[in-house]
Design a protein around this ligand. Structure first.
Ligand SMILES: O=C(O)c1ccccc1N[C@@H]1O[C@H](COP(=O)(O)O)[C@@H](O)[C@H]1O
Length: 205
């Protein structure tokens, strides 16, 4: 099971997070309190280049030009589409794409998993922003028997105290967190360490 720590804003936060060895580190280019620009993202991706950690740029409804610029102006490995992007746009990036849907999307789960992307990430219903709300949804809504668990990502209100239950009940391929590893609005190394330990350590009841 892979772990993604999202919403990294500075090189300092990136290096502190990298020390805890997540699989992915995400940076938000969409409107958000965590939004950063390409030049800061370039500094972060350069700082992580030899870390073995994959980097992800998170967008909401980007144009193809904006998506391509993120790849050319930074060294991101993946793009996360967190809006209502056309299937055709997402599929141009396929194994470099993560496609997020809110749990209450109008699309059926069959339609969501029909998008050709490395991971299909199910997040909580949208609030002020398209993601990063810190709100959990009811995982029992997920029709797990119908889903391709090898591509399933889970997000939305995960934190060190509930992630072991998410791992046990949902067994996704990817676990994604932003708010739940922050203290006073900033990433917190101790919370990140505990979160990753509880994903990988299998501290299930
Ligand atoms: O993190 C953000 O601020 C954000 C903004 C806009 C789109 C996506 C965003 N992040 C993604 O939101 C989910 C869940 O975050 P949380 O753990 O509930 O805070 C996660 O997929 C982030 O990648």
């Amino acid at each position: 099971m892979k772990v993604k720590i999202c919403g990294i804003r500075t090189v300092e936060e990136a290096l502190m997070t990298a020390a805890e060895k997540p699989d992915f580190i995400g940076m938000v280019f969409a409107p958000s309190k965590r939004q950063i620009d390409y030049s800061t993202a370039r500094e972060i991706t350069d700082a992580l280049i030899d870390s073995g950690i994959k980097t992800v740029g998170v967008f909401v409804n980007p144009t193809k030009d904006e998506a391509d610029r993120a790849f050319s102006e930074t060294a991101i490995d993946y793009i996360q589409f967190h809006g209502d992007e056309d299937k055709a746009l997402v599929e141009q990036y396929q194994n470099r794409a993560i496609k997020a849907f809110p749990s209450n999307s109008e699309l059926s789960y069959e339609e969501r998993f029909d998008y050709k992307a490395e991971y299909i990430l199910i997040d909580s219903p949208r609030e002020k922003y398209y993601g990063g709300s810190g709100t959990v949804f009811n995982w029992s809504e997920l029709p797990l028997e119908l889903l391709d668990r090898n591509r399933l990502g889970l997000a939305g209100g995960l934190n060190p105290d509930n992630v072991d239950k998410a791992v046990k009940n949902v067994t996704p391929a990817l676990i994604d967190v932003s708010s739940g590893v922050e203290k006073d609005g900033k990433k917190d190394q101790e919370l990140i360490r505990k979160f990753i330990k509880n994903v990988r350590g299998g501290a299930h009841d």
